[in-house]
Design a protein around this ligand. Structure first.
Ligand SMILES: C[S@@+](CC[C@H](N)C(=O)[O-])C[C@H]1O[C@@H](n2cnc3c(N)ncnc32)[C@H](O)[C@@H]1O
Length: 289
């Protein structure tokens, strides 16, 4: 099994090319291990509390590029009319909605998450008439114990959710379990660029701007909802946690290796947005380990 990677700044709709190979002895890089990993229940509560500002802040923090990144992740899922797709940790459902556009006619998309407030936002989005011809179904599910039969989907995706998993390996194994042999598992995640000048810009953006936007959003919400004074702290904390969760996440080569351990093959990844975003994809092996 090999892993391939490439850096891709373009935005075409076709599947991004991947070239190169997984470096031997790829090492974990966890530059900032100090901030504690959150427990599942803390992650769920955090997303329940920030659901109302999540989409707005996503757009503000990425300049709207997050939609393009999701489209590229959907390309790598290789789904089409009639496909059954699961979007794990779907949040407010944007990746599920992107996938739903591709599976018409006859397809099905399930978006699962364990934060009900995020799911409520996702359901509200697809309730709007004509949003997509295939309506994703949004339902509660823990990514570490997915409530689906083995081999029941053609592909499984996760967008910006994997770094929150309390057990990444288990989350990957669960995604691989529910996908049929030959189907795809795609992981879209923020990553840490190592090369200047982008690494410098990234430090400024992620370590300063993102937490500042979180504090601003928290103050605004707290002012508008006097009955909920803790909202300011919660939202500010959540966006202070975000940079540390990214730094703790495996570097692209190591994530590829973890996907291989989860019985995936033909693993590849693309780095986009100048190396800030990594999209990994693998195929479920015809014969599982
Ligand atoms: C940063 S949001 C990403 C949402 C969405 N996928 C997107 O692309 O914007 C992370 C989501 O992962 C969910 N999540 C984290 N761990 C989870 C788990 N173990 N099971 C289910 N959902 C989980 C959170 O509830 C949250 O909605």
């Amino acid at each position: 099994m090999t892993a391939q990677h490439g850096v891709d700044a373009a935005s075409g709709a076709s599947e991004p090319a991947m070239t190169g190979s997984l470096p031997d002895g790829a090492a974990a890089v966890c530059p900032d291990p100090s901030p504690g990993r959150l427990q599942d229940v803390q992650v769920r509560e955090m997303f329940d509390r920030i659901a109302g500002v999540y989409d707005v802040l996503n757009t503000a923090m990425t300049g709207g590029l997050h939609h393009r990144w999701r489209a590229r992740a959907a390309d790598l899922a290789r789904v089409g009319p009639g496909s059954r797709v699961l979007d794990v940790a779907t949040g407010t459902g944007d990746l599920a909605i992107e996938l739903a556009r591709r599976v018409y006619p006859g397809g099905e998309v399930v978006g699962s998450d364990f934060a009900e407030a995020m799911l409520a936002r996702a359901r509200a989005k697809v309730a709007a008439p004509q949003r997509t011809r295939v309506q994703p179904r949004f339902e509660w599910g823990d990514a570490l114990a997915l409530p689906y039969e083995a081999d029941s989907f053609d592909a499984a995706t996760v967008g910006f959710g994997a770094r929150n998993f309390a057990d990444l390996q288990r989350g990957l194994e669960e995604m691989a379990r529910v996908v049929r042999p030959g189907g795809r598992v795609v992981v879209l995640e923020i990553t840490t660029p190592t090369q200047a000048p982008l690494s410098l810009f990234y430090k400024l953006w992620f370590d300063r701007l993102v937490p500042a936007l979180g504090r601003l959003a928290g103050s605004t919400i707290a002012r508008s909802r006097s009955r909920e004074p803790s909202a300011r702290v919660t939202i500010a904390d959540a966006y202070a946690y975000l940079p540390s969760s990214v730094k703790r996440f495996p570097v692209p080569a190591l994530l590829a290796a973890e996907m291989e351990r989860a019985s995936l093959c033909e693993i590849g990844y693309v780095l986009t947005a100048g190396g800030i975003v990594a999209i990994h994809a693998g195929t479920v092996a015809p014969e599982r380990a």
